[in-house]
Design a protein around this ligand. Structure first.
Ligand code: PMP
Length: 378
């Protein structure tokens, strides 16, 4: 049989990837050390060396999350896969789920849970006592609105009502204080591409003993085979079984990068990283106000230090601003998302990108854009 589809002309050209300042809400820039780790040779995903790397990743995540949980690993996929891993494994038909909606991530969690059960939107304690949900979802860092949700006391409240506490820390982890065990969080996940400065594609996750008990008491199998907790924890060697069974081909080079990114974070230390993100964000926020821009989140206490939302400047088209800055400064900042679409500009300074030099660069790009972009007089 002859081929009907010829090789595409475009693939005869060399791969072109520009170098760019990645100061949007993610992915962030990946420093050479982490890029190089990901370029090491591929070996079998069940070779003992990879199991050792996975074990290092597990310990790195336990440090990052401040947890002793045995059931700690990384999902092969982006933040969304960890979200689904958390929800699909802990919730089954007949359960109810409560989500706090302070931006798009609460809406997304609701959309996922709705595939299995019904949902309620009320204040936390009202809803916990009235609906007795099995799971409560909260985004610690809402990257769509720039809100950092306080966590203290919520885990304890959930446990009073026998509810699991699920926290999304994709946009906040490593950039803002969080203590999984002390704050009684049952399931916590993050992504690789934000503060960790690794490429997108792996998602650290951890389950408390309480969460494991809920999973082992399931009457039905989870919706997804790929995200099945029992399979994944066996593949990651968390379940103490003598043998690990093939589940899927782990993305080994992504594991190398993730391991390296955790090593970088361990070298700096969590507290130093939190402090750096806090002081750089404060410097940035003051600088924005100096050039006449307004922050979307008024209360300083609940501003996310990693992703800043700026009220879209009056009289301008936000898209013109972001494209001007990309074209002229080779720098990505983005517009809003979900409930903040059209209302804000979003700037992410995460991991190695969180520095005063980068703040100055963003401020001068914004100043330049405000001078050169079209401004309506009305
Ligand atoms: N949660 C939050 C708070 C996020 O910011 C993101 C990514 N922007 C996600 C979840 C989803 O992660 P991913 O795009 O890696 O699937």
């Amino acid at each position: 049989m002859s081929l009907r589809v010829p090789p595409p002309q475009s693939l005869r050209e060399a791969l072109k990837v520009p170098d760019r300042y990645m100061f949007g809400p993610g992915p962030s820039n990946v420093p050479p050390r982490i890029l190089e780790a990901g370029a090491r040779p591929v070996i079998g995903h069940m070779h003992p060396e990879i199991f050792e790397i996975m074990s290092d990743i597990k310990s790195g995540i336990q440090y990052l999350f401040q947890t002793q949980n045995k059931m700690t690993f990384a999902v092969s996929g982006t933040g969304h896969s960890a979200m689904e891993c958390a929800i699909f494994n802990t919730v089954e038909p007949g359960d109810s789920v409560l989500t706090a909606v302070n931006g798009i991530w609460g809406e997304r969690a609701a959309e996922m849970a709705e595939r299995i059960v019904s949902l309620y939107h009320l204040t936390i304690s009202q809803a916990l006592s009235k609906h007795r949900p099995a799971l409560f979802f909260l985004a610690h860092g809402e990257s769509s609105t720039g809100v950092l949700h306080p966590l203290d006391g919520i885990g304890q409240l959930c446990h009073k009502y026998n509810c699991l506490f699920l926290v999304d820390s994709v946009a906040s982890m490593g950039g803002s204080p969080l203590h999984m065990d002390q704050q009684e969080i049952d399931i916590l996940y993050t992504g690789s591409q934000k503060v960790l400065n690794a490429p997108p594609g792996t998602a650290p996750i951890s389950f408390s003993e309480r969460a494991c008990r809920k999973i082992s008491s399931r009457k039905t199998k989870p919706l997804s085979f790929f995200l099945d907790f029992n399979w994944l924890t066996n593949y990651w060697g968390c379940d103490d079984k003598p043998t690990r069974v093939y589940h899927h081909t782990g993305p080994v080079t992504a594991f190398y990068s993730l391991r390296e990114s955790l090593a970088v974070l361990c070298e700096e230390g969590l507290e130093a990283s939190w402090e750096r993100h806090r002081t750089v964000a404060e410097y940035f926020h003051a600088g924005l106000e100096n050039i006449g821009l307004k922050l979307f989140v008024k209360d300083k206490q609940v501003r996310l230090p990693t992703v800043t939302t700026i009220i879209a400047p009056h009289g301008y088209d936000w898209k013109e601003i972001t494209s001007y800055i990309m074209r002229t400064h080779n720098l990505e900042i983005s517009g809003g998302l979900g409930p903040s679409a059209g209302l804000v500009l979003r700037v992410g300074l995460m991991g190695c990108n969180s520095s005063r030099t980068n703040v100055d660069m963003v401020l001068s790009a914004l100043t330049d854009a405000l001078q050169h972009c079209h401004r309506s007089k009305v």
